[in-house]
Design a protein around this ligand. Structure first.
Ligand code: ATP
Ligand code: PAF
Ligand code: BAL
Length: 291
């Protein structure tokens, strides 16, 4: 694996592969890798000739009171993991490489990006869409891999690619979980031991929603209320978003009918935000994941 830190050097390295007709898979990350990221890498490795992973803690997507400065970083460890995962190029630019001047151009999806997690983190998804567009322009991948854990992010990127006719296939990868069901996340290390134990309630809340829907509850508000109450039974959990939505448009739904519904959770434990979600197919005890 070769680590590359400048846009020009990555372009040059990829140009010869592109000329040779090789397909390129891109895995964008903010580093501090875990098995969830490595699943994205595994998929990318199995579907492309050349795999590029990026590590860039993107200042544009952090609000002024968020954890940009203390976001966990360990480049040496990440490099070892990516090498073992069969990545060809690690793109790890500095902020000065990515943003030599303050960005004047913004890619924004004002509707999709301003609700749910976007309502709690104003401007976050414009920062994500802008940096992902820039990474697409730099690497020009055939395929790009994103986790379903960040479901709203995945749908925003899908919509951005559709709206702007960006020539890349967006691949969503199912959430990888710890033994107790908690979704793997770089920010899990912020949790105290007590918060970490308590956080197991988050995936259980997804089960609770599925149970309510399987038992015939068709009112989205009642399911949201039931799930909020369930989460509130854990004193350390502060549910900030508990929302049943259309999995494609993320719009509220009138009534739970025959179509799959998305339950999206954003729960804080202390200062740490945890995200989770599940696409639930009504009239069935099991749930379907949106591919
Ligand atoms: N548990 C997981 N399973 C599958 N994909 C994941 C998982 N966690 C993160 N990803 C995906 O990895 C990519 C990079 O995510 P990122 O570097 O922000 O990691 P993260 O663990 O989500 O970090 P954070 O804790 O900051 O949210 C995103 O596409 C994200 O959805
Ligand atoms: C997609 C991404 C790498 C853009 O900075 C980030 O939002 C993330 O890690 O999910
Ligand atoms: N995992 C999404 C990136 C972020 O929280 O900023």
């Amino acid at each position: 694996m070769k680590t590359i830190t400048t846009i020009a050097a990555l372009r040059a390295a990829l140009a010869e592969h592109r000329r040779a007709g090789k397909s390129i898979g891109l895995v964008p990350t903010m580093g501090y890798l875990h098995v969830g990221h490595m699943e994205l890498v595994r998929r990318a490795r199995s579907e492309n000739h050349v795999v590029v992973a990026s590590i860039f803690v993107n200042p544009l997507q952090f609000g002024p009171s968020e954890d940009l400065a203390k976001y966990p970083r360990d480049l040496a460890r990440d490099e070892r993991m990516l090498e073992e995962g069969g990545v060809d190029f690690l793109f790890a630019p500095s902020v000065a490489d990515m943003y030599p001047r303050p960005m004047e151009t913004v890619v924004d999806l004002p509707k999709l990006g301003s609700e749910l997690e976007g309502a709690v983190r104003p401007g976050h998804f414009a920062g994500v869409a802008t940096v992902v567009s820039k990474l697409f322009n730099i690497a020009q991948p055939d395929r790009a891999y994103f986790g379903e854990k960040d479901f709203q992010q995945l749908q925003i990127i899908r919509r951005m690619v559709e709206d702007l006719a960006q020539p890349v296939a967006v691949v969503g990868v199912p959430t990888v979980r710890e033994d107790d069901g908690l979704a793997c996340s770089s920010r899990n290390i912020y949790l105290t031991a007590e918060e970490r134990r308590a956080a197991a309630i988050v995936p259980k809340a997804l089960d609770e929603a599925e149970r309510l829907i399987a038992s015939g509850e068709s009112d989205p508000g009642a399911v949201e209320k039931g799930v909020t109450e369930f989460l509130s039974s854990e004193p350390l959990a502060r549910p900030e978003v508990v929302a049943l939505r259309d999995p494609d448009t993320l719009e509220p739904i009138g009534k739970i009918g025959d179509k799959p519904v998305l339950l999206l959770l954003f729960v804080r434990f202390g200062t740490t935000k945890l995200l989770d979600n599940r696409v639930i197919a009504p009239n069935s005890a099991s749930y379907a994941k949106v591919a």
